[in-house]
Design a protein around this ligand. Structure first.
Ligand code: PGA
Length: 255
């Protein structure tokens, strides 16, 4: 049986009313489904976390955030701490998303600080890694992935590795409607698994590896079937209740 996590990254979309509606739709779907063995997670904008936490309380739907600060409190205007997220019922925190790396200049050093703080707090980081098109075309995909993994996972112990989720998200596939091909995903996920096992030992076989980048209800069948794919980090398609529900249904074939 393989581990499966279907995660929706809503990015900077949904006001509080839209967010509640979408969460209700997903809750309704989960309730009416015979069996959902995958973990299902939604990551709405910060301002929608607390109201949604009231809706998901006591259900199987998990709540995540799209970012955090590594300090617990203090003079960091505009930032949100892990403790604040804890009070909003958050279990998972996305870090290192390529949009944060590109538009907010987040370095591997900063991402590593966040990752260690999240683990310390007992939450699950979803660490995003991935190459740009230029990096892929110049044959540097695995140099980039190894640089990101080495730096972002600095100081992580072999015991802690299983508490981390890793999302492989080729930057060129995010929001473009063009996902990576099955062959590219097989190659990248096998490579990441092998890298982790070499670095952390057998425990790394239990790390959930998500694929992200234009994953939708049309390509989910092929991508979620891949051995080393343990689910998806889904942007655009997670904003449409029907599409997200369909992906959860498809995932059920492979758990
Ligand atoms: P996408 O986004 O599914 O819209 O490509 C994925 C992501 O950025 O996590």
């Amino acid at each position: 049986m393989k581990k499966m996590l279907i995660a929706g990254n809503w990015k900077m979309n949904t006001n509080v009313f839209e967010a509640e509606k979408l969460a209700q739709y997903i809750l309704g779907f989960l309730k009416s489904s015979d069996e959902v063995s995958s973990k299902v997670l939604i990551c709405p904008p910060f301002t929608n976390l607390y109201p949604i936490s009231k809706l998901v309380d006591g259900t199987s739907l998990l709540l995540g955030s799209q970012n955090c600060h590594f300090e617990q409190k203090g003079a960091f205007t505009g930032e949100i701490s892990i403790e604040m997220l804890d009070y909003c019922g958050v279990s998972h925190i996305i870090i290192g998303h390529s949009e944060r790396r590109a538009y907010f200049d987040e370095s591997d050093e900063l991402i590593n600080k966040k990752l260690l703080a999240i683990l310390d707090f007992g939450k699950t980081p979803i660490l995003c890694i991935g190459e740009t098109l230029d990096e892929r075309n110049s044959g540097n995909t695995f140099n980039v992935l190894s640089k990101q993994l080495n730096a972002d996972l600095e100081g992580v112990s072999a015991e802690a590795i299983e508490n981390i989720v890793i999302a492989y998200e080729p930057v060129w596939a995010i929001g473009t409607g063009v996902s990576a091909t099955t062959e590219q995903v097989v190659e990248a996920h096998n490579w990441i698994r092998q890298f982790l096992v070499e670095k952390f030992g057998e425990a790394a076989k239990g790390v959930a590896l998500l694929y992200g980048g234009s994953l939708n209800e049309k390509n989910a069948n092929e991508l979620l079937a891949i051995e080393n794919v343990n689910g998806g980090l889904i942007g655009g398609a997670s904003l449409k209740g029907e599409s997200f529900a369909e992906i959860i249904k498809i995932a059920q074939k492979y758990v």
